[in-house]
Design a protein around this ligand. Structure first.
Ligand code: CMP
Length: 143
C-alpha cells in the first residue's frame, strides 16, 4: 500500500476544479486519507521545490504556488503514485495524453493545475511538509 501527496494548485482552486479533480481519484477507487485548503508559506514552497532551486523557472514556481490557496491531499492505494501521475498527465499540457487532467483542463506548463509526488521518497517528504501525522486518517475502505 502506497501513499501519495496531491495538490490542486492555485489555478485549479481559482477555476473551481477541486471537485472535478477529487472526483476522478474517488472514482478510480483510491482512498482519501487527508485533505485541506491552505495558503502555502514561502518556507513550505522552498521545501516543496528544492529540487528545482537554481533553475530559470524557480522564482516563478515559488511566486505562483504561494499566490493563492491550494487544496492539499493524501491519497492511498496500491501503486497510488504511478496511478495518480498517469491520471494527471505530463507536465506540458501539449504532451499530456487525452483523458488526463492536464490534457482535459490545462493549457500551460506553468498553470498545470495539480502536483503529484513522483516517488515514495518525494511523497514522504511532501506529506510531512503539509500535514501533521495526526491529520492523516487511518480507516478501512469497505466498498
Ligand atoms: P510540477 O511537476 O508540479 O512541479 C514542477 C513544476 O515546474 C511543474 O509542475 C511546472 O508547473 C513547472 N514548470 C515551469 N516551467 C517548467 C519547465 N520548463 N519544465 C518543467 N517544469 C516547469
Amino acid at each position: 500500500m502506497e501513499q501519495t501527496f496531491l495538490m490542486v494548485k492555485p489555478d485549479g482552486v481559482q477555476r473551481g476544479l477541486v471537485g472535478e479533480i477529487v472526483r476522478r481519484f474517488e472514482r478510480k477507487g483510491l482512498k482519501l486519507v487527508a485533505a485541506k485548503l491552505l495558503q502555502v508559506s514561502r518556507e513550505q514552497a522552498e521545501k516543496h521545490y528544492e529540487e528545482h532551486y537554481g533553475k530559470d523557472f524557480y522564482d516563478r514556481l515559488i511566486q505562483f504556488i504561494t499566490s493563492g490557496p491550494v487544496f492539499a491531499m493524501v491519497w492511498e492505494g496500491d501503486r497510488a503514485i504511478a496511478l495518480t501521475r498517469a491520471m494527471i498527465g505530463k507536465t506540458d499540457a501539449l504532451e499530456a495524453a487525452p483523458g488526463t487532467i492536464r490534457s482535459d483542463f490545462a493549457v500551460h506548463t506553468n498553470l498545470n493545475l495539480i502536483h503529484g509526488s513522483d516517488s515514495p521518497e518525494s511523497a514522504a517528504r511532501e506529506i510531512a511538509n503539509y500535514f501533521a501525522q495526526d491529520e492523516i486518517v487511518s480507516y478501512e475502505k469497505t466498498v
